[in-house]
Every structure is written in C-alpha cells, then in structure tokens.
Design a protein around this ligand. Structure first.
Ligand code: 2P0
Length: 343
C-alpha cells in the first residue's frame, strides 16, 4: 500500500535538455537502455509542467488514464506511451487507480523543439509523488528513462551525464549531475529552420541506424572519448574544448544516421547555412559552437556576452525563422501538491 493517502494532485516542472555528447542507439529497446552514455545541458524556461492525479474518477470515458497535452487530448501514440510509464509507477506503488494527466509545454509549439525529455521527466516526478512514492533522483532518472532516454537527464539541472550502464536490468543506466545550473553560465541559442513535426521520430530513426548503418559500431566506439573530453572541459570551464566535442558528436551522430538504409536526413538548406554562420562567427573571433538534434534546427552554445551577436548572425541566415535564447536551468521539481479531502 502507498504510505500516503490518495487521492492527491501533484504538479511538477522539468526543463528540456540539449545533448552535447549525443545519445543515438539502444542496447535494449524494451527497457530503453542506451547503447552509449551521453552528456547534456538542462535548460531554464523551455520545458514542461505536468499535473497528475490518481483517483477513481480520474480516467476518461473508457476508464483509461486521461491525457491532455497543451489543452487538447493527446494523440493515441503519445497517450499510449504515457500510460506505459504510469503502469510502471502504479506497479511500484501497488495501486490500480486511473490517472488524470494535464501537461503543458512552455516550448513554443511552432518551434519544433518540443521534447519528450522534459515531458517524461515532469511526468515521472509528478506521477511518483502523486502515487505516494518517495524515490531518489537516481531512481526517478531510471524510471524517466523508460519513458524516453533523454528524459533521464532532465531529472537533473545544469550539466548532466547519462550512463550507458552495464547491467541487463538497466538499474545503472541512469543520469547524474556534473555541474549545477549556476556553476557555469552559458547560453544556448536555437535557430528554428522549419515548422511542423520532424520527418522521422528519433526512436524509429535510431533503431534504423543501429540496424542498418555500417558506421554504427564506429559511432559507439567514439562516444567514450567524447564523454571524457567533455567532462574535462566542464572541469576547467573550457568553452572551446566543450564546443569542439559538441560539434563533432553532433556531426558523427548525423553522419551515422545518414548512412542508414533508407537514410535518415534531418537537415535542410538552412541547417547547413546556420552551421556555416557559426564557423564564420568563430573565424571572426566569436566563441560559438553548434549542435543539431533529431531535426533541422541548429542550437548554438556560447558565453552570455556573445549571445546577442550570435542571435543576430543566426537571424540573418536565409531560412532561419526564429531564434530562442536559453540559459542553464534546474532539474525537475514539484511545483504544487494538493491533498484532497476524502470522505
Ligand atoms: C540526445 N536525441 O541525446 C539525442 C540526440 C536526439 C538527438 O535523445 O527513444 O526522444 O525516447 O529514448 O530520448 C532523442 O531521443 O529517444 C534524443 P527515446 P529520445 O538528446
């Protein structure tokens, strides 16, 4: 039995994160275990707030968990993924009640940056508390990973490392914080180069890459050195060293995906032009470094003092529709908890 009375309503918020050493490929799809470690920066403001309530009357008309996303019922694929995570939480808490989920992204929806990272991190933290569980950040990270690999990192703030882990049960495939958000103030500027959903979801794309790309083994082999170099750069606050790792990790991930069969190509003309703008900035003495996720947008890491110059340069790139500036942010936290009176 849960050790606190139900029902109650718990709201949690999590920031999205941008990987500087990328996660691409799984060693176990069922437990969602990554093939390699990864390293990321959790962002302030751009994220997800999620309210969870377990109660007899919380389900939809069919008695299933009701899942609202940005003010509308979530599509079936997303709802099914959310329900799978809730099932894990229910099993752990030894409850069978349906849940009501209300989730809102603070990432502009047109930006194409909405991430499963902040969504599943906020859901995990809120659902565990609402179910009466008290879990360590490491245990929350392990659970969030089951929803989405990158979500394991958003449990923590600032710079975060996700371990590949060795165990078959996934208990060591968890993230941990390396540097708090306040320990190194940087800016991440996202250049938005398209609207709408990406061509292929990252789960499917990384599966295809792992199965068919002849470069996948080489990709996996290279990540260890990137993690090592990124940790060293964090320890000495060396932006140039961190930026070089971020660029090569992103390029290798994309090269590996492009070599899949059929190819996974996320870039458009503006993606390439924005990358060129960043290398031109560097040639003119501005320390700025790009990374690209499973989509066509370009994210640029720089010092706060360079952010305005970088943003201006990115806005001048043909095809860049919008820019967003983000700072390092905290890990997932509970923002509201309401215990309802039961009669
Ligand atoms: C990352 N990405 O490290 C990499 C780089 C996208 C490109 O993590 O299948 O949505 O849910 O575990 O976490 C996106 O993959 O994949 C991602 P699942 P997820 O940020």
């Amino acid at each position: 039995m849960p050790d606190v009375p139900l029902p109650r309503s718990v709201t949690a918020r999590a920031g999205t994160n941008i990987a500087l050493v990328k996660y691409w490929g799984k060693r176990d799809a069922a437990l969602n275990l990554p093939a390699t470690g990864s390293l990321s920066l959790t962002l302030a403001d751009l994220g997800t707030e999620t309210r969870v309530r377990f109660a007899d009357d919380a389900g939809d008309a069919s008695g299933r968990d009701s899942v609202m996303l940005n003010g509308a019922p979530a599509d079936e694929k997303v709802a099914a993924r959310v329900r799978r995570l809730l099932d894990l939480v229910r099993a752990r808490a030894n409850i069978t009640l349906p849940a009501e989920i209300v989730s809102t992204n603070s990432i502009p929806t047109a930006a194409g940056l909405a991430s499963s990272a902040s969504g599943f991190a906020a859901l995990t933290v809120a659902a565990c508390r609402a179910a009466g569980l008290t879990l360590s950040p490491a245990a929350l990270s392990e659970l969030a990973r089951r929803g989405s690999g990158s979500a394991a990192r958003s449990i923590f703030g600032g710079f975060v490392e996700m371990a590949r882990g060795e165990r078959t049960d996934g208990s060591d495939a968890i993230a941990h914080g390396l540097l708090d958000a306040g320990a190194w103030d940087l800016r991440l500027i996202a250049a938005i180069t398209a609207v709408g959903a990406k061509a292929i979801g990252s789960t499917e794309a990384m599966d295809r890459t792992a199965r068919t790309s002849p470069y996948f083994a080489a990709w996996k082999d290279a990540v260890g050195l990137d993690l090592h170099a990124a940790r060293a750069a964090l320890a000495t606050r060396d932006l140039a060293a961190l930026g070089q790792v971020a660029e090569r990790s992103a390029l290798r991930m994309h090269a590996c995906a492009m070599a899949a069969e059929p190819p996974v190509i996320y870039w458009n003309a503006a993606t390439l032009a924005a990358m060129r703008a960043v290398t031109n900035l560097r040639a003119s003495g501005v320390d700025a470094y790009f990374t690209i996720d499973a989509g066509p947008h370009v994210k640029v890491l720089c010092a706060p003092a360079a952010a305005a110059t970088v943003e201006t340069a990115l806005r001048a790139v043909p095809g860049v529709m919008q820019t967003l500036v983000a700072a390092p942010g905290p890990g997932a936290t509970i923002t509201e908890e309401i215990t309802e009176e039961t009669s």
